[in-house]
Design a protein around this ligand. Structure first.
Ligand code: ADP
Ligand code: ZN
Length: 292
């Protein structure tokens, strides 16, 4: 089976073709421009690919409610040109195949549960910590939509006692994204995150915020795996620091072996690596092809 996958990001779009084993056979990437130009590029890519279904994992907020007149739209984004853009229907007009549609991070969680670090589990939470912070929630074998869809990047966190940084979220200032996404690191320390040394105090503060959010996710959702991806999580020294923060915050209250004895395999990096998003879109496409 040939399935199309679209990881529709705010910075770049990645399109690919893969199969039911989660193997990506071909891929392209282009910067996210105005929506008309961007969808033109997507359509041109898939024109001769002969895919049987297409999955789209999109940046948001997006409308996931099939009964809504705005279903398939990118809704209230500040990204120029993209607010209230009918992304899904534009693609559906070009290709008469079943489509899967979800947030980029729900897709990544689903991809990880299908082929990656949460394979065989019926729940996981996927964080991307990059240009923004996004959280995908997969539970009881389904991606959580609810009222809109989870927006766990914007949860409020307690301030680190030595941190007086105001935060960069235009809505909340010092929410998780405002304090811990790549642009927050860069604004706080005046250099790009990738240029901070591994022993820089930045990572103590970074782990402090992420650890709080992850502890809250565990308390709220009781997921069987937590997966931390995105550009900032390329800083591998963060993993043990975040695990320690999570343990400190939970303080033994959640009596699960996975947390108390084996947290190294509970809070992990994406099994699909930097392919988590695209493989997630592929998993959505595959589910659509199977009529799920
Ligand atoms: P996006 O979120 O746009 O899809 P990424 O997940 O690659 O893309 O995240 C990009 C952000 O991550 C940027 O703010 C960048 O500065 C930051 N970043 C990328 N690589 C690293 C790294 N090795 N260490 C720290 N921060 C990084
Ligand atoms: Zn926010």
């Amino acid at each position: 089976m040939r399935i199309g996958a679209i990881e529709a990001g705010g910075t770049k779009f990645v399109c690919g073709v893969g199969n039911e084993e989660g193997i990506i056979e071909d891929r392209v990437s282009f910067p996210t421009e105005q929506p008309e130009q961007t969808t033109k590029n997507v359509i041109a890519y898939f024109q001769d690919k002969g895919v049987e279904a297409i999955g789209v994992g999109s940046f948001g907020p997006i409308d996931l409610d099939p009964t809504s007149p705005l279903y398939g739209y990118v809704t209230t984004t500040p990204k120029p040109g993209w607010a209230n853009y009918p992304l899904l229907s534009t693609l559906k007009e070009a290709f008469d195949v079943p489509f899967g549609w979800d947030t980029d991070v729900n897709a990544a969680a689903f991809g990880e549960a299908t082929w990656g670090a949460a394979k065989g589990l019926d729940s996981c939470v996927y964080y991307t910590i990059g240009t923004g912070v996004g959280v995908g929630v997969y539970t009881e074998g389904k991606m959580v939509h609810g009222l809109v869809h989870p927006e766990g990047g914007h949860v409020l966190t307690r301030r680190h006692p030595e941190d007086d940084f105001a935060g960069v979220c235009p809505y909340h200032g010092d929410c998780l994204e405002g304090m811990a996404a790549g642009p927050a690191l860069e604004k706080r320390w005046k250099v790009k995150g990738s240029e901070l040394t591994v022993d820089h105090p930045a990572w103590t503060i970074e782990a402090f915020y992420i650890g709080q959010a992850v502890a809250s996710a565990i308390l709220m959702l009781s997921p069987k795996k937590i997966i931390l991806g995105g550009g900032v999580m390329h800083q591998e020294q963060l993993f043990p620091m975040i695990r320690a923060e999570v343990k400190k915050n939970l303080n033994g209250y959640v009596s699960a072996k996975a947390i108390l004895e084996d947290i190294d395999s509970y809070i992990v990096s994406p099994g699909l690596g930097d392919n988590a998003g695209l493989c997630g879109a592929l998993a959505l496409g595959l589910a659509a092809a199977q009529g799920k």
